[in-house]
Design a binder for this molecule. Structure first.
Ligand code: SF4
Length: 90
């Protein structure tokens, strides 16, 4: 392999792998998550009108099934979830 081929392969590989790694989703908060337990997090809200999707702490696209939450850094919560820190998004 000459230098030119090496550079071509390196560039092609970078363009394929970097976006794939960048969009890797964070893990969903599970029922045994310590912070989730402390906040009584559930993945399916039983309170009509209250869910992670309309909580001020959530971030993400409208209609997404999983969202980032300020209280669970590095993880995601279910859009239908709920915890006792819920506060209505303005
Ligand atoms: S703070 Fe809000 S978005 Fe985060 S888990 Fe609780 S209800 Fe869901």
């Amino acid at each position: 392999m000459n230098r030119r081929d090496f550079i071509k392969i390196s560039c092609t590989t970078s363009f394929v792998l970097i976006p794939a790694l960048a969009v890797a989703a964070d893990a969903l908060v599970t029922s045994d998550d310590p912070m989730g337990k402390a906040l009584d997090y559930v993945s399916q809200s039983t309170v009509a009108g209250n869910s992670c999707a309309n909580c001020v702490q959530s971030r993400g696209d409208a209609g997404a099934t999983a969202l980032a939450c300020n209280l669970f850094p590095g993880k995601q919560v279910s859009a239908t979830g709920l915890c006792k820190a819920w506060s209505k998004k303005a």
